[in-house]
Design a protein around this ligand. Structure first.
Ligand SMILES: [Zn+2]
Length: 186
């Protein structure tokens, strides 16, 4: 049963999941819509339109370089930049068959179950976690090879070796272990 939960819920929520920006915003029929920003360079930034390996309520129903106008407007009111150059926003909504629509004109969505803010939060976290996992799995430097987490240096094996070599070459003179800093030499 619906318990008129929406009467006591807010209408907008902005948060960060790891480094990813997420937004929950009530849509025109009062049902929750959720958005996650995919930054440039993320492996998903170049995926086909709508082609994301995620299982979220009703599937991905938003995939654009921008947010819907009312959501972007809400962002601007509270001082959040609604989009960054090269970003892509993917999102879902809770106004599918079987979903209750609180602000319906009466023709649709009067039966069904209301997806609460709490449930929408759960869904947006699941989606953001998929974005996070996919982003983490790729090397941040070359963006094409998988991260090798055994190296102790961020990146794939090739990039990690390159970073270590660059660090080594950028040092003016061979340096002993850090512990020896307490024993001044020469
Ligand atoms: Zn790499």
């Amino acid at each position: 049963m619906n318990e008129h939960t929406w009467l006591t819920e807010k209408n907008f929520e902005y948060s960060n999941f790891e480094q990813y920006r997420t937004i929950l915003c009530r849509g025109g029929w009062g049902a929750w819509c959720g958005y996650v920003e995919i930054p440039p360079g993320h492996p998903w930034a170049s995926r086909e339109q709508g082609d994301f390996p995620v299982d979220v309520h009703g599937g991905i129903t938003w995939d654009e370089k921008y947010l819907p106008e009312p959501v972007a407007y809400a962002c601007s009111i509270i001082g959040i930049s609604p989009s960054k150059p090269g970003s892509r926003w993917i999102g879902f909504d809770c106004s599918h068959p079987g979903d209750f629509l609180p602000f319906s004109d009466g023709t649709l969505g009067r039966t069904g179950k209301y997806m609460t803010l709490e449930q929408a939060r759960h869904s947006i976290k699941l989606l953001a976690n998929e974005v996070y996992k996919s982003g983490r799995a790729m090397c941040a430097r070359c963006r094409v090879k998988p991260v090798d987490e055994t190296l102790g240096v961020p990146g794939c094996r090739d990039c990690a070796n390159e970073v270590l070599r660059e660090e080594f070459e950028s040092q003016p003179a061979p340096r002993a272990k850090q512990e020896s800093a307490e024993n001044p030499e020469g």
